[in-house]
Design a protein around this ligand. Sequence first.
Ligand code: ATP
Length: 297
Amino acid sequence: MIQLYIPLNFLGVIYREIKQSMIDMEKMFALLGQHREIADAPDAQPLVNRGGAVRFENVRFGYDRDREILHDVSFDIPAGRTVAVVGPSGSGKSTLARLLFRFYDVDAGSIRIDGQDIRHVTQESLRRSIGIVPQDTVLFNDTVEYNIAYGRTDADRAAVEGAARAAHIHSFIASTPKGYDTMVGERGLKLSGGEKQRVAIARTLLKNPPLLIFDEATSALDSANERAIQAELQSAARNKTALVIAHRLSTVVDAHQILVMEAGRIVERGRHTELLALGGRYAEMWSLQQAGDEIAA
Ligand code: ATP
């Protein structure tokens, strides 16, 4: 009896394993069905940079075909200007950045850089032209130098150090026993959220692309760190075209234009003072955040 019981039980385990892996495969195929593969068009040309002016024109997009996330979104970022996007969680801010980097293709409308539809340029040239400082920078299990130089294999130590200085991470790196040869990432030295963002800023400065996307961290940094990162970012964005996804309104005060998003639509746009004078959604968000800051202070 016991002998029979063990194999049956064993078979049960195998059965459950097979069933589970079939469910996982189903999930995988469902995912594959959602995400259309991004590929270069047969006649794709390298992107020709003329300052990096961005135009979103009547863009519609959904991750799933039955749920549109962005509804008819249009805006311009003139070359060398900064546009900041604000709005509640889930309103579609980061989706704009993902579309500009062409992680996905738009369902309708177009995105152009210097007049060129990004679906008609090579992905390699597009991604070379854009520097992203993401919300959560994932570092490679490699040295600090490798992590900063990633994307610029020709950069020498002096160039890496220059970028690290500009991103205010050099003195921290220099204080570690192995300096730029220190291993970071999961199996190496663990960096704080602010330090990781500085590594990402240094990487972007070194890459020196005409276009910048900055997805501000949602996780709160302490306010001194936050102000420092904002200042570093502003100097990184000088003379570049920048799209800033902001979670704190203090970041956007100096932007050339602020887009206020709500449920996948731009509901207000203008400069900080104009939007305050308008007395609408932005003004409301601003006064709520000011009140929150006072409580926190
Ligand atoms: P937050 O401020 O919280 O970062 P957000 O404004 O950047 O939010 P998005 O990340 O652009 O919002 O998300 C917009 C909508 O798209 C949300 O409803 C979200 O659930 C949905 N979404 C985001 N990523 C995916 C995905 N990979 N697959 C399906 N839906 C997604």
